[in-house]
Design a protein. Structure first.
Length: 711
């Protein structure tokens, strides 16, 4: 017989070698169960002591229960238990959700696809919560897919991308936002290139999949407030829409007083940004109005223009310092402050009217010594100038020597601004006043600012802007239209002015290539006010008709071709009505072969194309649209149908919305050129009418089209 010690050793060695084989066998059998349930990529089974551990994710509670039951039946014969309380999770799959938010005039239209009514309710509620100032609509535009879903367990997967949008709303004006299976695409209008960079960075921070598309830098809104007695404020400016005016009026009443009565006379232009972009510039006025009387505030661009009145010199200086501090010295034009002076005696008076050869001196002084003192002072300030003396002697006036020093600033004022023409100056109510001419508003702003900085509270100025005093430029510029391109020739005074002209033409005539060949000469054309004149040309003249545009002195000249005498008279009348004499027309009556030799129906029956995921048509398609416009102008009896189509990228509902937006964009293009709205209809068909197979890029590109039809 074997000793007991040997027997026990052999037994234990056998058990020791058998346990790993049992564990390996159980692991393999468990993997077969997991594989049979199609969970091999998401669930792991391991053994630790008396427990079989399950880890991973399953899509629903029933799958979890069934898995535990099968594993338990397998391991129970070995006395093992299944542990799954912490590591086996139920995680529902993401829901097939695609939705789009379209922003317009403080209204948000929601459309897209969601599984059921709970998800639709959750989406609308989330948008209303994030944008409380906007009106949210679109319940009928959200398509229900009738798929099982749970608002509580899955809403975060597709609603979370919206959480950070209110932060970005401070930088931009949203046009549309698309979220498809958690991936976000954002399109917006912005006030500047810097804002565009910051906005794009903010979108990328939302998630790695978030991206921007079709960002546009648009103009800032403007506001001008004129303050009168009894809390009366007149508001003028350019705003995007009526709701912006309402918001601006409420802001002014908040910043000043609920008793403030605001009369609004704003012009509405959908091409400018929201009023929120400039309202923060009004906030410092709440405290500034306590230091003086505000008379005018203008918000036209990134820096404000402020005018006010102060009771005395001390408060004037204090108010000026407070304005510079509140706006970090970023004030476009300085304040016009006139301090009333109260005297027990009447001060002497003096006025010098500047002449070509001799300047006429009039006024009143107390005695002959006062007359001599003033004439000596004038000869010192303006050596070589001849003066014709017509000063009166009026006893009982204040001594002249008390006020003669007030003329000293006139020694440098004529030289403070190039092109400034001094018309007259003198002592009025004991204080220095002067009048003069400058060629442009910017020169007036610079001169006023320098005077205030050097002689705050001591000088009153009446500066008139008169462009006729601008030295005649020795050059101008001419923009010639040819083969989808604009070629600019001429001479300009700086590279910055050349760049601004190129930008103005690109904005006015999108889709055309700008080739700026103008020379930069220091003696060239001074800065002109052509920007607002260019902006309206596409309204009064169809693009194919324009041959060239030229700027000389302060007049823009438009050279164009028209179809007949009636069209010529209509064009001249439209120019006079829109611009007065600022734009002159040179028109040539010509035959239009493509109107004369072809039926109008065939001319209109054409197709334009779009890039993928773009709302605006390809720039090279612009001549086709212009041709259709010519036909509509020449044949007022025709009616037009605009039909837009997409490829099959994205959901059918989203594509339907995209096609409708494309059709409406082109329709608005015609309406802005004064075509009767009753003559044009716009309809989007989405991906329902393809022209070719969607399986190839060529087929998809052919289907991304917009067709014009006579109806």
């Amino acid at each position: 017989m074997l000793p007991l010690q040997v027997f026990l050793g052999v037994f234990l060695l056998g058990v020791w070698n058998t346990v790993p084989k049992i564990e390996q066998d159980l692991t393999e059998r468990a993997q077969q169960i997991v594989k049979s349930m199609n969970l091999q990529e998401r669930v792991r089974v391991s053994f630790n002591g008396p427990a079989a551990n399950l880890a991973g994710k399953v899509t629903d509670a029933e799958t979890k229960r069934l898995l535990i039951e099968r594993i338990s039946n397998m391991v129970s014969v070995w006395g093992l238990q299944v542990d799954n309380q912490q590591t086996l999770l139920v995680v529902p799959p993401p829901l097939p959700v695609t939705y789009r938010l379209d922003f317009a005039n403080r209204q948000i239209k929601v459309s897209g696809n969601v599984p059921g009514p709970l998800e639709r309710k959750s989406l609308l509620r989330k948008v209303a919560t994030l944008f409380p100032k906007a009106t949210v609509s679109g319940e009928d535009e959200i398509v229900l897919q009738n798929q099982a879903g749970s608002e509580e367990t899955s809403a975060g997967i597709w609603l979370n991308p919206l959480e950070r949008l209110p932060e970005l709303e401070k930088l931009a004006q949203f046009r549309w936002v698309v979220v498809e299976e958690g991936r976000m695409i954002v399109s917006a209008n912005l006030p500047s290139k810097d804002a565009e960079i910051a906005f794009a960075k903010g979108v990328r921070q939302i998630s790695p999949q978030a991206q921007v598309e079709d960002l546009k830098v648009i103009g800032l809104p403007t506001l001008e407030l004129s303050f009168a007695a009894n809390n009366q404020v007149t508001m003028k400016g350019k705003l995007a829409a009526e709701p912006d005016q309402v918001l601006a009026v409420e802001a002014v009443q908040t910043f000043f007083s609920s008793r403030t009565k605001v009369t609004a006379e704003c012009v509405f232009d959908e091409t400018v940004g929201p009023v929120e972009w400039i309202l923060p510039q009004l906030q410092p006025l709440r405290s500034l109005q306590k230091l003086g009387k505000l008379t005018r505030v203008s918000l036209d661009g990134p820096t404000p223009l402020i005018e006010a009145e102060a009771l005395n010199l001390s408060s004037q200086i204090t108010l000026n310092s407070a304005i510079e501090e509140a706006y970090h010295k970023n004030v476009k034009a300085t304040i016009s402050l006139f301090t009333p002076v109260v005297n027990t005696i009447t001060p002497p008076s003096l006025w010098v009217k500047i002449g070509e050869d001799t300047s006429e001196v009039t006024g009143k002084v107390a005695d002959e010594n006062g007359r001599n003192l003033l004439l000596t002072k004038l000869s010192t300030l303006f050596p070589g100038m001849k003066f014709k003396d017509e000063i009166e002697i009026v006893p009982k006036l204040a001594p002249t020597q008390l006020y003669a020093a007030a003329l000293d600033p006139m020694a440098d004022i004529p030289n403070l601004e190039a092109g400034f023409i001094l018309q007259g100056f003198g002592l009025v109510d004991g204080r220095l006043r002067f009048t003069g001419l400058v060629p442009e508003t910017a020169a007036k702003d610079r001169l006023t600012g320098t005077i205030l900085k050097r002689h705050a509270g001591k000088v009153g100025a009446e500066i008139t802007v008169d462009p006729s005093y601008l030295p005649a430029p020795d050059a101008g510029w001419t923009a010639k239209f040819t083969d989808g391109k604009i070629v600019v020739e001429g001479q300009l005074s700086s590279r910055q002015l050349k760049s601004e002209l190129t930008t103005n033409l690109e904005v006015t005539f999108p889709g055309l290539t700008i080739e700026n060949l103008a020379e930069v000469l220091s003696s060239g054309l001074s800065r002109g006010a052509w920007t607002p004149l260019l902006a309206g040309l596409t309204v009064v003249a169809a693009l194919p008709q324009i041959k060239q545009i030229s700027w000389q002195h302060d007049t823009l000249t438009l050279s164009a071709q028209v179809l007949d005498e009636r069209a010529l008279q209509a064009m001249e009348k439209r120019l006079r009505h829109t611009y007065g004499g600022s734009v002159k027309g040179q028109f040539e009556v010509v035959d239009a072969p493509y109107l004369k030799n072809n039926p109008a129906v065939e001319l209109i029956d054409c197709t334009i194309y779009f890039e993928a995921a773009q709302r605006d048509f390809i720039a090279s398609e612009l001549p086709k649209i212009q041709r259709v416009l010519d036909v509509l102008v020449a044949h007022p009896e025709l009616k037009l149908s605009i039909e837009a189509h997409t490829d099959n990228k994205g959901s059918a509902n989203v594509n339907l919305n995209v096609s409708q937006l494309r059709a409406e964009t082109v329709r608005k293009w015609f309406l802005r050129r004064q075509i009767d709205p009753a003559r044009i209809t716009a309809k989007g068909y989405g991906q329902s009418r393809p022209l070719a197979d969607f399986k190839t890029e060529g087929g998809r590109a052919a289907s991304r089209r917009l067709e014009f039809r006579v109806r």
